[in-house]
Design a protein around this ligand. Structure first.
Ligand SMILES: Nc1ncnc2c1ncn2[C@@H]1O[C@H](COP(=O)(O)OP(=O)(O)O)[C@@H](O)[C@H]1O
Ligand SMILES: [Mg+2]
Length: 405
């Protein structure tokens, strides 16, 4: 992990609820984590626990229900439900208290308090709606300003051919700046390399898509960039004119990687990028991501359904269960001192190439009803030791702390 820590992504109390018959499905429920620049953060949990939804919420494919997502310090996604709930909750509570008030003065005071709570939450709702909408504009305004600062003085001083060249460069730069969205600096690599590549388009067009959307119009620039990306991911430039069905699963995933890194992203969300591949090919794609990470200092949110894939690759790991984050720690710490029974069950599922170990290996089965007593004291996400967080109630917290000593 890098030691000059700079938080690239901060997810705060993220909730993504989907409407369903008779209520809501809490696909992601109050999940918080941070990713530092240059770090690989592994997000692990069984199928259906909300990993993909977390990724899709971060790249703004949904209007999130509650919570905030900050990227490079700018809030790019914000939900309003928690504020609406706070208003409704306060109205209910104050209604009773106002009814029970002893004097006219006390009643007035309570009414004022309620008004203030409502006003504060309404302000938060407004701010959330504003940020959700305007973050891209603010970002592209900043890029326009930078282009102005860089080119205008140069153009003013230049003359003749030099001036023409600079003016053209400046115009191209402005064109791109106006179209650049902050979220395009977050790219997602998908689980299924077959379904995620448009079969009717050439590899060149697939890989170049992001550049074109961002306003790049120079064919040679695009071609050169595409060739560079192909070579970077272990393919060759001749592949550019072919179609996705002509490639193997591993090669298709390389095309997916090329498509995402051409945007020079600060953050890549790799959503089970190797789950659909043969075991022998999985290692190749992981190695490719590892290389790219070293070369470009990429930051990765790496999603997987089991721990074996993320074990050697991640700096820190978060474990999800049914929409909740249940444990989060640096990788080696998580494997040395797993605390949550669900994490322990995941670790017990990893086979090792060691016959003696394999003979003794016992699968631990997680059974939430038997493993926790949350009838009275509910769990919260707590830091048991610096950097190691677990979802637990007070009794469990004390037990975990004792175990750590
Ligand atoms: N667009 C959607 N509408 C309704 N339910 C969804 C949607 N996307 C995902 N879900 C549900 O949310 C839960 C979490 O899904 P997902 O994030 O895909 O899990 P994972 O990636 O961990 O397998 C699942 O129960 C899934 O069926
Ligand atoms: Mg998924």
């Amino acid at each position: 992990m890098p030691n000059n820590q700079e938080t690239l992504l901060r997810v705060e109390h993220l909730c993504q609820y989907f409407p369903m018959e008779g209520g809501e499905l809490k696909a992601v429920d109050d999940v918080s984590f941070e990713i530092q620049k240059g770090e690989v953060f592994g997000l692990v949990g069984e199928s259906g626990c909300g990993k993909t939804t977390t990724g899709r919420s971060i790249i703004k494919l949904y209007d999130i229900t509650s919570g905030s997502v900050y990227f490079k310090g700018i809030r790019i996604a914000a939900g309003t439900r928690s504020y609406v709930d706070a208003i409704n909750h306060a109205k209910k509570e104050y209604k009773q208290r106002i009814a029970a008030a002893g004097s006219e003065g006390e009643k007035k005071k309570l009414e004022n308090e309620l008004d203030q709570i409502i006003a504060e939450n309404k302000k938060e709702i407004k701010a959330a709606e504003y940020d959700q909408k305007h973050c891209d504009k603010e970002y592209s305004d900043e890029l326009v300003k930078k282009a102005n600062e860089k080119y205008l003085p140069l153009i003013e001083k230049a003359s003749g051919e030099e001036k023409t060249r600079l003016t053209k460069e400046y115009k191209d730069e402005l064109h791109k700046a106006k179209r650049t969205k902050l979220v395009t600096q977050i790219q997602m690599i998908f689980q299924d390399p077959i379904a995620s590549l448009d079969p009717r388009r050439t590899v060149r067009d697939i890989i170049a898509e992001g550049l074109v959307i961002q306003g790049e119009r120079n064919k040679k620039v695009i071609d050169d960039k595409v060739y560079e990306m192909l070579e970077l991911v272990g393919l060759v430039r001749e592949h550019a004119t072919r179609y996705p069905h002509e490639f193997s699963g591993g090669q298709r995933q390389r095309i997916g990687v090329a498509r995402s890194i051409i945007m020079n992203p600060d953050l890549i969300i790799a959503d089970e990028p190797v789950s659909a591949l043969d075991v022998s090919v999985q290692a190749q794609v992981i190695n490719l991501l590892n290389d790219l990470r070293d070369r470009f200092g990429l930051t990765l949110l790496f999603i997987a359904h089991d721990l074996s894939v993320v074990k050697y690759f991640s700096d820190r790991i978060g474990v999800m269960y049914f929409g909740k984050m249940v444990e989060m720690a640096p990788s080696d710490e998580l494997f040395r001192n797993p605390l949550h029974p669900y994490t322990r069950s995941l670790i017990s599922a990893i086979p090792l190439p060691d016959p003696t170990y394999e003979k003794q290996r016992k699968r631990i089965v997680y059974n939430p009803l038997a493993d926790h007593d949350y009838s009275v004291d509910k769990p919260t996400f707590r830091e048991v030791k610096p950097g190691h967080f677990v979802s637990c109630n007070q009794a469990e917290f004390e037990r975990y702390q004792a175990e750590m000593k």
